[in-house]
Design a protein around this ligand. Structure first.
Ligand SMILES: [Zn+2]
Length: 70
């Protein structure tokens, strides 16, 4: 399924959603802003990107150094 980008017309939050091509219009009706819950976000025209890599953001965990088992 392709990834679509949307922008909330109420609070301006941007988010992405994976929608089926055949049911996109139908799924869009149910889309809500993850920030304020507003419905019917504006679909953004995203540039053609080669390859798909999902970057992880907001992840920060202090992992203690690995200790050798004994
Ligand atoms: Zn919003």
């Amino acid at each position: 399924m392709p990834l679509y980008e949307y922008r909330c017309s109420k609070c301006g939050a941007r988010f992405e959603a994976l929608l089926s091509i055949t049911r996109r219009d139908e799924e869009e009706q149910k889309l809500t802003c993850p920030e304020c819950g507003a419905r019917r976000p504006e679909r953004q025209i995203s540039a053609f990107a080669t390859g798909g890599s999902f970057g992880s953001s907001g992840f920060s965990s202090s992992d203690s150094s690995c200790s050798p088992g004994g």
